[in-house]
Ligand binder design. Sequence first.
Ligand code: ATP
Length: 587
Amino acid sequence: MINPSSGPGGVCRLLASLLYGLESHMDSSEDSTFLQDMLMGNTLHLLIKVYDRLQKYRAQRPAPLLESAQGLARDLAEELHCVVASPETTELLYLLSKPHVQALLSVHDMVSQKEFDPQLPPLPPMPDYIEKEEDSIKIVCLVKNQEPLGATIKKDESTGAIVVARVMRGGAADRSGLIHEGDKLKEVNGVPMENKNPEEIIPILAKSEGAVTFRVIPGTKEEPETIDNKIFVRALFDYNPQADPAIPCKDAGLKFWKGDVLQIVSQEDDTWWQARRHGDANHRAGLIPSRQLQERRVTLQRPAVLFHPLRESMIFGEDVDYGAISGIHIAGLRKSFRFSRKDSTSQQVRQKMGKGHAGIHLPIYQEVLPYKRKPDEPYRLVLLTGTSGVGVTELKRRLLLSDPEHFSVSVPYTTRERKKHEREGVEYHFVSKHTFEKDILDHKFLEFGEYKGNYYGMSLDSVRRVVAESKVCLLDVKPHAITALYTSEFKPYVVFVKPPSIESLRLSRRKAKVLSSQNEQTPTKLFTEEDFQDMITSAQAMENKYGHLFEKVIINDDLAMAFTELRNELTKIETDTHWIPNTWAHV
Ligand SMILES: Nc1ncnc2c1ncn2[C@@H]1O[C@H](COP(=O)(O)OP(=O)(O)OP(=O)(O)O)[C@@H](O)[C@H]1O
């Protein structure tokens, strides 16, 4: 090693002795000559001298020249004095000599040399354990003087955790931007906060000066209970960010299912909104496709994993043969006024109502509001729908029997002759063909059809009459009729009765009988394998097309269980706060 303090002479002597010491180890005189030439040569000695001068020069300078603006200006002025004078150099020299330029340079040097940031202590090592329930720990190191921390703490009575209760504006904690209300303090300077009271912790904080290290679980700001100015939507499709190739970050996505209520927290981005699932313990917002993005996807019907496009051949439309109208009594109650099974050879059903959509054009998000029925308000209309034979009539029948004072059905209209035992307005409203046809033209019917030369139909007025009696009106309708009732007047609670798997159908419907209009002598028959298959296929098609209108899906496997589930759900919507489309709030 060259020691500059020993001076160039010392270095030369060192090189000479080094050469002498190495000679005995060298095999060839050629190597020895080469080393001697190199080490004792003038070039190396001159280089050592230059190096030595530079060291001395640097040691004499008071401050590093390049960091000082004044020094730079001085050097520049010296250089300018040596060059041939020109108007520019003269002007520059004049400017540099001006007192305010000098003052400016001096201020620059003063500021640049000042140490403003406190010396931060080294970060503490990462903890080698993280409790399971903690999804993130923050290690905050504050350097404070005698000033207080500027935050208050409290003990969370339910969890026992020490929580930052308040951060004072402008205080040390606030200025750091690292400690927030709701943060849980786990440790202060290595002292665990568990089982400590705020009174024990305050002196620890007060005493600490210099670097104070906090181990903190970032808190989630407690949301005030008010829902004003918040946007809630019901998701009308399933979404899995892991299966979405377009999302900017899969882990930042929010997975949700059709029917989930989401709070939209940001719509700033046109493509990706931020939302959290209502009722989730996790308050972290996640990315969801914006309405625009999802609409584009639905329109393009891709990617298939995110949206199940409708298969046209399976869509229930106005041209489908729904078969006969059933107006048959079962156990003293009228059989469903729905267009019945496909095995009928009867008339085509003409639809009048139910065309178009209830303001929901694409099943994306439906804006919703919390709703709780007031005692003087009418009950929500209960619409039961499902594929033929699935058990809609049976469930309605059980509801009526369970509480005839509370539940009721609307009375359909017919143009057929009244039978002896029938009473006007009980089984049917009996009207003339002329009146019925006039009512059709006046859009009075929700559904109507023709069977054996007679009209049958359900009018909106019939529904209104039940609602006006302060009863829960149960109505079983084909899904396309839902839209006509999807209004703030009726606030329909739409229940889709869904068949279970084909194996469960075979088991549960072993002895069940269905209507068969093929044989007048034996109007009922056992289910066939084809019936089960049809039920499942039709249910899937219905769900694909109208699923966005279904507020509740009940799988009718075990009848008693399906009934109990339905009954409980109806009680809930009568008594609890739940979500309804926000358009129903404005009458
Ligand atoms: N979960 C069930 N287990 C066993 N049998 C059932 C179940 N649900 C309904 N059934 C029976 O299946 C048959 C058809 O039910 P239901 O008449 O209620 O069907 P529906 O949906 O009203 O059909 P449609 O529109 O053709 O009248 C009935 O005999 C009924 O008792």
